[in-house]
Ligand binder design. Structure first.
Ligand code: UN1
Length: 497
């Protein structure tokens, strides 16, 4: 039996129980008998304390030179490197995905932390010539103040780091509410920052449910920027809650990403990509390749190979290194997947493989679902348009690249798309015409790196991007500064006429 410690909230540099004294259990989705720990079940009172701590810490943190803030982040990244294996195991235990993937998750947090540590010595603004003589002008970034971060369970360490590190390097202080299914990875991330010397109050954490802890955080008058990753339905609520106070709001939501396989594609490569894109992380990525659009010429052959690979995937506990696909996160998610399997069959999609939960033998204690493929899908079917967030892939036959692009774009989401082709002209046309925030050539829809912008169009986002320098725009305000050293009044647009 593994230890099952009690974790509090992190407020003002101290680990504290929820004001109500309530706790919730965090259990392994692959084995409900395994208790990972108990976590504070927070409410508005805890959020209030966390925001107060963030408010108090803000002036000093902001005044610390950015390169010094960067040194703390750099040290935190080094600690994450040292503890990568331990933190990856914790992430697999609480989230379920296989160890190779949680190692990738922690690595993504490491990458982001190093990247943003470097921004301590950049954060470039502009200098530009004035239209007047003896006048200097420049733009600089200012922190917004307190950042309220609401993060999902599918990348339990990477996504908190995507939000926290840019916020911190710019001089903001943070209150984070991690997903109730995966608070331990946020605790681990915070411990690395604490050990690296982050001053008390700069990062605070309240664990708990969305309505109980997330809602008071996003509506708190002192929280200047809310950054949320999760479903489009919840994102809409966050957006509405922020709108009336003109609060900055960054949203990263759903996807219905597509791999387009052309008749000249390397089919081995395309099948490899579709298996990884569709079933990696049990399909629980906002970048998951849940649609494969196939040129009719290769439809049969691709389908046969893809289905036999899907059938052969070993599903089980992510801690077992021979397992290729872990459980889904919880019972409601499993039930949602089952309901989509039913919807797809009702609307006439052909179930080619899978379609059932796994609940016997090694799967008896967790939330497992077979890798599932629907064939001959019409692009208008719900299974071709709506996000399932599970190991379910729809195959859609088309007759041309133009049709593939039209079908590819005909969903309400716009996160990631991919094309498999050996024809450079086709690749460039798709690259130009797919209205998504991310595009891949001869690679699946998943696998974004931290030094390019991450995010999507339409119902996937609200115009912002995470990662890369673009993330700095989310967590800062620009200030344009004009210094007139002429000693006379110079009127812009008038005296230079
Ligand atoms: C997500 O699915 O929420 O590109 C994030 C990828 C990962 C990040 C996914 N680097 O699939």
């Amino acid at each position: 039996m593994t230890e099952s410690p009690a974790h509090g909230n992190f407020i003002g540099g101290r680990w504290l129980p929820a004001a109500s004294g309530r706790t919730t259990e965090n259990r392994n989705p692959a084995d409900q008998d395994e208790l990972i720990g108990t976590f504070a079940d927070s409410g508005a009172e805890d959020v209030e304390k966390a925001v107060a701590a963030a408010r108090e810490a803000f002036p000093r943190w902001r005044a610390l030179p950015a390169p010094k803030r960067g040194e703390i982040l750099y040290r935190a990244a080094e600690i994450l490197v040292k503890r990568k294996e331990e933190f990856s195991r914790d992430a697999t235990r609480e989230m379920g995905k296989v160890l190779a993937e949680t190692r990738g998750d922690v690595q993504e947090a490491i990458d982001m932390t190093y990247y943003m540590a470097g921004e301590g010595r950049r954060q470039f603004g502009q200098t530009t010539p004035s239209e007047m003589v003896a006048k200097f002008q420049m733009s600089i970034r200012m922190p917004v103040g307190i950042a309220g971060l609401i993060t999902p369970w599918n990348f339990p360490m990477a996504i908190p780091s995507w939000k926290m590190m840019p916020a911190l390097i710019l001089g903001n202080t943070v209150v984070i509410k991690p997903a109730p299914d995966t608070p331990l990875s946020t605790v681990n991330l915070i411990k690395a920052l604490e050990e690296a010397g982050l001053p008390p109050g700069v990062v605070n954490m309240v664990s708990g449910g969305g309505p109980e802890a997330g809602a008071p955080l996003m509506t708190h008058k002192d929280v200047g920027i809310v950054s949320f990753t999760g479903s489009t339905a919840t994102g809409r609520k966050v957006s509405e809650a922020c709108a009336s106070a003109f609060k900055h709001c960054h949203l990263e939501m759903g996807g219905k990403n597509v791999i387009m396989v052309m008749d000249d594609a390397d089919l081995d490569l395309a099948v490899d990509g579709a298996v990884w894109g569709g079933f990696g992380t049990t399909g629980q990525r906002c970048t998951a390749a849940s649609r494969v659009i196939l040129h009719k010429q290769v439809y049969r052959e691709f389908t046969d190979r893809f289905v036999s690979r899907a059938k052969a995937l070993k599903v089980g506990n992510g801690l077992d290194e021979s397992v290729q696909m872990g459980p889904v996160i919880n019972r409601p998610q499993l039930e949602k997947i089952e309901s989509y399997v039913q919807i797809a069959q009702d609307e006439g999609a052909k179930l080619v493989t899978g379609g059932h939960r796994l609940d016997k033998g090694p799967h008896a204690k967790g939330f497992f679902h077979e890798p599932t493929v629907f064939g001959d899908c019409d692009p208008k079917m719900r299974i071709s348009c709506e996000e399932v967030f599970g190991p379910v892939v729809s195959l859609i036959p088309v007759g041309s690249l133009d049709e593939a692009i039209a079908v590819g774009n005909a969903v309400d989401y716009g996160l990631s798309a991919a094309i498999y082709t050996r024809d450079i002209n086709k690749a460039f046309r798709a690259m130009r015409d797919m209205y998504t925030g991310i595009f891949y050539v001869n690679a699946p829809t998943i696998g974004a790196e931290t030094h390019l912008p991450f995010g999507g169009t339409k119902n996937t986002g609200n115009g912002h991007r995470e990662a890369c320098v673009q993330a700095l725009d989310v967590f800062s305000e620009w200030k344009s500064i004009y210094i007139d050293y002429s000693g006379t009044l110079q009127r812009a647009q008038i005296d230079n006429d």
